[in-house]
Write a protein that binds this ligand. Structure first.
Ligand SMILES: NC(=O)c1ccc[n+]([C@@H]2O[C@H](COP(=O)([O-])OP(=O)(O)OC[C@H]3O[C@@H](n4cnc5c(N)ncnc54)[C@H](OP(=O)(O)O)[C@@H]3O)[C@@H](O)[C@H]2O)c1
Length: 293
């Protein structure tokens, strides 16, 4: 495959999902033919509906940007999380393999427990701390060994089209003098527009298997919030707090920075720093009003 130009690509979650919408835009810009699919069209877990769709539309690839992404809620709804995060990729893997279609699937930094001192590589041992992380790991395992499959672990997404941490923080900062934000969790903030472009480059490079894909650099939630508020110029202070002072149902890894070296080796692309990407989001998308829900 030389590039996505001309390829028909079905993007599950492509109409309303944070990442799915970015993928549809990137595909259109790359002169592919994206098909943005929503759960309003059919239930992707309904095998008959899914195969009817594939027979009718005959896509060249399938991208799964569907996920059960409510990390805390998953603690109370493990069955729902596993259905979407494990059973759906398992089904997609099988039907795509039967038809010889490339399947691109996304996973998460939350498969790790955060005990590493250095950025996580794809081959590092996962040990999820939450139901969400465990369900995403089970999804990866369901696809392991399938030939024409890309499994991309990513992290801490921000971008236009749907609610995300940065947009929520900026909304709060408009009405508050001070925000308290967790400072003892470090990760890889990632811009959905960059991630979508890199996903297409990777798919076109012929690389398959499990890779990490994120913007360069690392940040705590507190640093990410502070930078976004400072860029916009809001007079809101950001006070760092420890996770222990902000209890959540799901336990998050204290460190989940992703090493993207294998992506760079495969494509020659060095991901740009998250701060540069954040500027484009704040001065581009948010200025244009693409804030999302
Ligand atoms: N957001 C992050 O920070 C982050 C970090 C690491 C990895 N990821 C991974 O990246 C992928 C995309 O995440 P995202 O943040 O873009 O997700 P998102 O905005 O929450 O969108 C997920 C999509 O999943 C679909 N969906 C949800 N429940 C469904 C159900 N019961 N049946 C069918 N479809 C359902 C929805 O499609 P409809 O709108 O059509 O119903 C929704 O648009 C996921 O695999 C996620 O695990 C995300």
């Amino acid at each position: 495959m030389t590039g996505p130009a001309g390829a028909k690509v079905a993007v599950l979650g492509g109409r309303r999902g944070l990442l799915g919408q970015a993928l549809v835009r990137a595909l259109a810009q790359a002169k592919a033919l994206p098909l943005a699919v929503s759960s309003e069209d059919f239930d992707p877990l309904d095998e008959r509906a899914l195969t009817r769709f594939l027979k009718r539309e005959k896509p060249d690839w399938v991208v799964n940007a569907v996920g059960y992404t409510a990390v805390d809620q998953a603690e109370d709804e493990p069955e729902a999380a596993f259905r979407l995060n494990r059973d759906l990729p398992a089904l997609l893997g099988r039907v795509c393999a039967e038809r010889g279609l490339l399947l691109v699937h996304f996973s998460t930094d939350f498969v790790f427990d955060g005990t590493s001192q250095t950025p996580y590589r794809p081959g590092d041992e996962p040990n999820p701390l939450s139901v969400y992380g465990a369900s995403k790991l089970a999804g990866e395992q369901a696809l392991a060994g399938l030939a024409d499959t890309l499994i991309l672990r990513t992290a801490w997404l921000f971008g236009p089209g749907r609610g995300n941490f940065v947009a929520k923080i900026l909304d709060l900062a408009r009405t508050r003098e001070e925000l308290t934000v967790v400072h003892d969790q470090e990760g890889s903030p990632t811009y959905t527009r960059d991630l979508a472009d890199w996903t297409l480059a990777l798919a076109a490079s012929g690389t398959r298997g499990l890779l990490h894909l994120a913007n360069a650099g690392r940040a705590s939630w507190c640093e990410l919030a502070s930078e976004a508020i400072q860029l916009v110029g809001l007079p809101c202070r950001v006070r760092p707090i420890l996770s222990a002072a902000w209890p959540t149902k799901a336990v998050r890894p204290p460190f989940s920075v992703l090493d993207t070296e294998s992506f760079t080796q495969a494509t020659g692309i060095a991901p740009r720093p998250w701060l540069q990407a954040l500027r484009d989001y704040v001065f581009g998308d948010l200025k244009l009003g693409n804030r999302g829900a």
